[in-house]
Ligand binder design. Sequence first.
Ligand SMILES: Nc1c(C(=O)O)ncn1[C@@H]1O[C@H](COP(=O)(O)O)[C@@H](O)[C@H]1O
Length: 164
Amino acid sequence: MNTKIGIIMGSQSDWETMRHTVKVLEQLGIDHEVKVVSAHRTPDLLFEYAENAHSRGLQVIIAGAGGAAHLPGMTAAKTRLPVIGVPVQSKALNGMDSLLSIAQMPGGIPVASMAIGKAGATNAALFAAAILAIEDAQVATALDQFRARQTAKVLADDDPRAGD
Ligand SMILES: Nc1c(C(=O)O)ncn1[C@@H]1O[C@H](COP(=O)(O)O)[C@@H](O)[C@H]1O
């Protein structure tokens, strides 16, 4: 199977958040790769990664970063593949810095910004899958099944007092 989704993060310390992206892609059976790459600390590696992503067969890049989260935007600047940004919750500013760094891109270079933290990491995987599902019937079926399971779980847990 070709690897179609590249997941990058600015630091090993982002893994606690980005593991949720990987978990969902595994549930959906979508092949992916995971790397630590930083626009700040390894700029040459980032440029190489982003420039070669399309020719290596990647179709979507998910980039997670915290604080001055330039990684998603700089990745988008170097590839025309869709880039999904995950704002990692920072200690100093609770992730507001990450969110604004990712969301407030200048016109012309888009990044699809998710929510801060675990929900954003989860949704990044689902959003990437939705992009692949346009052309890939297997991914479309996996996504439909994921949603059906989620709906069934919510309906089964419909009494909020059950855990008391
Ligand atoms: N925002 C960026 C970038 C980047 O945008 O290139 N590289 C690292 N970082 C972020 O710095 C935070 C702290 O990193 P350390 O825990 O390694 O000090 C991480 O959340 C990482 O994403």
